[in-house]
Ligand binder design. Structure first.
Ligand code: PEP
Ligand code: MG
Length: 567
């Protein structure tokens, strides 16, 4: 088949040559080595790099968690230097005349089997350590660990099996014409970043086995169509689509300087979501009024250690200054789920989205989190920074987070460091527990921001990354919309604003619903701001309110979507 149908994720047209990236390190194969000395050298080079990485983590852990927690990395360093491990890999390369990867995998598996069979818990735990250090070396050897593996000098279409958000974050839109990934959905963080960068993105299972490095490819991020054979005619057709896409963008330019006000005078603030200080420029370029969500976890990715207080302070200050007194909502660290940070050494979990994520991690690693809070408070002097907590599920968590913030304020006061005393503090509304308790939470915070990406996932009990159950993940589901209504009403009853910062904020079909519900702010990928503004200018608030009444009486997400299509 020459045309494949993928799932559209980020709009735009891409025509170009393919760069295939397989991330999976499990599929290691035996290859005959012509030069075993070279293979041994590859092993040692990557082992040395692994030692460097673990030493970095060890130092970081010592600072943030203490001696006991750091001890495991001391043990890893010892293992990486272990004579028996080293000589076993070397002799396997020698006797089997194989590649370094195969030898490491073989030695890893035999050591693990040996340790796991022992009747001693301590030794059985060492099996985990062996796995850990071997996999670290294998990752380095595969190149997947490189901080620069997605920085290109030639324009390419990236075709990958499993992109991480940190991979997409490295990409320069000048050289990455488009992305086709085998996994993930529209609200995976790899997708969110691509949208922010304006890179066309389609998800298509099995794509890596259907294309070859260097092959020409064309795809449409709006329809999801992928052309495996780029004939002259296909080339022309996609160029024409590209022109049409650019023309539409050009038309939107005329909305610059106008406001998102409905025909009957209801104004919605249109803000931008960002992942780095320089993204604030994109928000300004697209005429966004403020920053509705700064995902600070991206400051922590693609590096070996966490950013220190000074580095974070500079980043937050930069955004605050750029936005010149307009609100900048900075969300505290939301690591976990699909956002991994290796040096934090978070154990693999079966259900990472239900596990050690976001505020849970911060409330557990308090001294580590305080570094971020100090930086945020210090930067608050330079603009209109708002602090926002992610994934809150209970009042206990909110109280604890607020208490820690107060402690940090006291520390700064004692040190004579200035900050804005009345810095607004808000929370993400992204769990059913928070939504149900919205009336109670609203008395304790200065604002709500609805994270629909997670609110849908947790309400519908559907992993936002799992394509198999994607049909259940719907922003049109009446359950989700009822939660949004409850959250907005609770906010307004308590005199605080409620915004939406999940991907559904820019969903064209839902805009009349958001207006009808009285949402105060919509925060989105900067590229969507002008289009959303244009749509809102064509709406009438009173009609939208009637529409909400009708929509909320419907029973299924399909009915809601169908109804909204006809509006
Ligand atoms: C959300 O959940 O909607 C949200 C904005 O946060 P994130 O996508 O980073 O989880
Ligand atoms: Mg979220």
């Amino acid at each position: 088949m020459k045309t494949l149908k993928g799932t559209p994720i980020s709009s735009g047209i891409a025509i170009g040559s393919v760069f295939v990236k397989k991330i999976d390190t499990k599929a290691i194969e035996f290859t005959k080595a012509d030069n075993t000395i070279e293979e041994k050298q590859r092993f040692h080079n990557s082992r040395n790099l692994a030692i460097e990485q673990v030493e970095g983590i060890y130092k970081e852990m010592l600072q943030t968690k203490g001696k006991e927690e750091a001890a495991i990395f001391e043990a890893h360093i010892e293992m990486l230097n272990d004579v028996e491990f080293i000589s076993s890999v070397e002799s396997t390369i020698e006797t089997s005349a194989c590649n370094a990867e195969w030898a490491i995998k073989t030695v890893r598996d035999s050591f693990v089997e040996l340790f796991e069979a022992l009747d001693d818990e301590y030794m059985r735990e060492r099996a985990m350590d062996i796995k850990d250090i071997s996999n670290r070396i294998l990752k380095i050897l595969s190149g997947n660990d490189s901080k620069d593996s997605f920085r290109f000098k030639q324009p390419v279409i990236v075709v990958a099996d499993d992109l991480a958000p940190s991979d997409t974050a490295q990409m320069d839109p000048e050289f990455v014409l488009g992305i086709i990934n085998e996994t993930g959905g529209p609200t995976s963080h790899a997708a969110i970043i691509a949208r922010m960068l304006g890179i066309p993105f389609v998800v298509c299972p099995d794509i890596t086995s259907r294309v070859q490095m260097g092959q020409m490819l064309a795809f449409d991020g709006e329809t999801g169509n992928i052309e495996l054979e780029v004939t002259e005619q296909v080339h022309k057709e996609y160029e024409a689509r590209q022109d049409a896409f650019r023309f539409k963008k050009g038309q939107l330019e005329q909305l610059r300087g106008t406001k998102a006000i409905t025909v009957d005078g209801y104004e919605v603030a249109l803000a931008g979501n960002i992942g780095a200080p320089q993204d604030a420029d994109k928000v300004l370029q697209q005429d966004g009024s403020s920053i509705g969500l700064f995902r600070t976890e991206f400051l922590y990715m693609n590096r070996d250690t966490a950013p220190d207080e000074e580095e974070q302070f500079k980043a937050y200050k930069e955004v605050a200054l750029k936005m010149e007194g307009n609100p900048v909502i900075i969300r505290t660290l939301d690591i976990g789920g699909d956002k991994e940070v290796n040096y934090l050494e978070i154990k693999k979990e079966d259900n990472p989205f239900l596990g050690y994520r976001a505020i849970r991690l911060c409330l557990d690693r308090i001294s580590f989190w305080k570094v971020q809070l100090r930086a945020l408070l210090r930067a608050s002097k330079f603009g209109n920074i708002h602090i926002m907590y992610p994934m809150i599920v209970s009042m206990e968590e909110l109280y604890q987070a607020k208490r820690i913030l107060e402690e940090v304020k006291t520390e700064l006061r004692n040190e004579g460091i200035e900050f804005k005393e009345a810095i607004p503090v808000g929370m993400m509304m992204e769990t059913p527990a928070a939504a149900l308790m919205a009336d109670v939470f609203a008395q304790e915070v200065d604002f709500f921001s609805i994270g629909t990406n997670d609110l849908i996932q947790y309400t519908m009990a559907v992993d936002r990354m799992n394509g198999k159950v994607a049909h259940l993940y719907s922003q049109y589901d009446p359950a989700v919309l009822r939660f949004v209504k409850k959250i907005v009403e609770s906010a307004h009853q308590n005199g605080i604003p409620a915004g939406i910062c999940g991907e559904a904020a820019a969903d064209e079909k839902l805009l009349p619903v958001w207006v009808g519900l009285g949402v105060d702010e919509l925060s989105m990928s900067p590229v969507s701001i002008l289009n959303t503004r244009g749509r809102i200018q064509g709406l009438i608030k009173s009609d939208c309110e009637e529409l909400v009444t009708k929509i909320l009486a419907l029973k299924t997400s399909a009915e809601v979507e169908e109804y909204l299509k006809r509006v």
